[in-house]
Design a protein around this ligand. Structure first.
Ligand code: ZN
Length: 383
């Protein structure tokens, strides 16, 4: 093993437990917030979760203004509206409830209400000067891991472009993990977001930027997700499986926050941009193909990944193909579409998607060096 320089930061506070949403008022008070902005979306409002949170806050005398018009791939305009609302009501902090989109929006609002200007001005690494407003993050999928990551991704619609703000300052002050909040997810959402989290762990683990810290987090994530993903898709109300997935997704988030990702994520983003394919589905479909490609660079981690996700089950005559086959079988069992053709990808656009994928910084830390031609070929194989 070789050791390269690394830095690592872990989130400020993680609170976990079935029913732990009830602890929210205490957390808000401890942070000294009198009145908060609740950032969420219309889907979670319809599912009754927003009402549950506002009721808990109000019962405890905490003022709360809701901001629910957050779309998938939230825009700079959505952030600006939230900033305006925050200032209008003279609020003290943010509670965000959701998957990735409300989290990204909340992080960006928190930056702007303190630092001013437009979110575009903070694109890139460490551009935020003052500490943002306090954010308490409550995930409702397992998941993006966004409750513990130092990224906010916002879409600039005028340029049809996704910008990333990266700084440890946007890691939420508190991640409140309540598995009861993910027990009503539809099975395909459970499967696709679960495969996204597993991909975070695997890509972080084999990344060229991996460190002993990120490896530890990724290993725990793979173990938890491997043990629980089938059970969770089968029965989301299984609170132990839901707990394992929510924790696994958080550990995977901490791992990839610092070790970055790889070709799977680089290639998944254009599938969303060109064809509107859900992020988790795109990752799950691409994962076996990219793992096959990366096998040439494997220094023994493939066997470890297999052991983690199979709960220590060692197989005689293990080869990288054994892992690839296991991942294919898992995806198949939980209802992930077989290939890119099945999710509507058109062969004609492969070159354009590959050009886009090459712009991702994740290609640079992929274990095997990757060219534009490689990416085109990988898309073709995944068809
Ligand atoms: Zn992802």
């Amino acid at each position: 093993m070789s050791f390269q320089p690394f830095s690592f930061k872990i989130p400020g506070e993680v609170i976990f437990g079935a029913g732990s949403l009830a602890k929210l008022p205490g957390i808000v008070q401890e942070k000294g917030l009198g009145k908060v902005l609740l950032v969420s979306d219309r889907g979670l409002e319809a599912a009754g979760f927003v009402g549950k949170v506002t009721a808990i806050l109000e019962e405890n005398g905490i003022g709360c203004v809701t901001y629910l018009d957050v779309e998938a791939n939230p825009s700079t305009e959505t952030v600006d509206k939230g900033v305006k609302m925050y200032k209008q009501h003279n609020l003290d902090g943010i509670v965000c409830l959701g998957g990735g989109s409300p989290m990204d929006t909340a992080k960006a609002i928190a930056v702007l209400v303190v630092n001013g200007g437009k979110i575009q001005e903070y694109e890139g690494a460490y551009k935020v000067k003052e500490n943002p407003a306090t954010v308490i993050a409550i995930p409702t999928t397992a998941g993006t891991g966004s409750e513990v990551t130092p990224f906010a991704v916002i879409t600039d619609r005028s340029k049809n472009y996704k910008l990333t703000v990266f700084t440890d300052k946007v890691i939420p002050a508190v991640a409140l993990l309540d598995p009861e909040l993910i027990t009503t997810l539809p099975p395909l959402v459970a499967a696709s977001t679960g495969m996204d989290a597993l991909t975070h762990a695997i890509e972080a683990y084999i990344s060229r930027a991996a460190s002993p810290f990120s490896d530890d987090m990724a290993e725990k994530a793979m173990e938890l997700i491997g043990k629980n993903i089938r059970l969770f898709v089968a029965n989301r109300a299984d609170i132990d499986a839901a707990s394992g997935m929510l924790l696994g997704s958080m550990f995977a988030g901490i791992a990839f926050a610092w070790a970055r990702l790889g070709d799977v994520h680089a290639m998944a983003h254009p599938l969303g941009g060109f064809f509107g394919i859900a992020h988790g589905i795109a990752n799950a479909v691409l994962l076996p193909t990219v793992l096959e490609f990366n096998a040439l660079a494997d220094k023994g981690k493939y066997r470890k990944i297999f052991n983690y996700i199979k709960d220590g089950k060692v197989i005689e005559g293990f080869t990288p193909a054994t892992l690839v086959e296991e991942i294919r079988q898992l995806s198949n069992e939980i209802g992930i579409p077989k290939n890119l053709t099945a999710v509507g990808v058109k062969e004609e656009l492969i070159h354009h998607m590959a050009v886009d994928a090459m712009k991702s910084g994740n290609v640079l830390v992929n274990p095997r060096q990757t060219t534009l031609k490689d990416i085109e070929e990988l898309y073709r194989i995944a068809m």
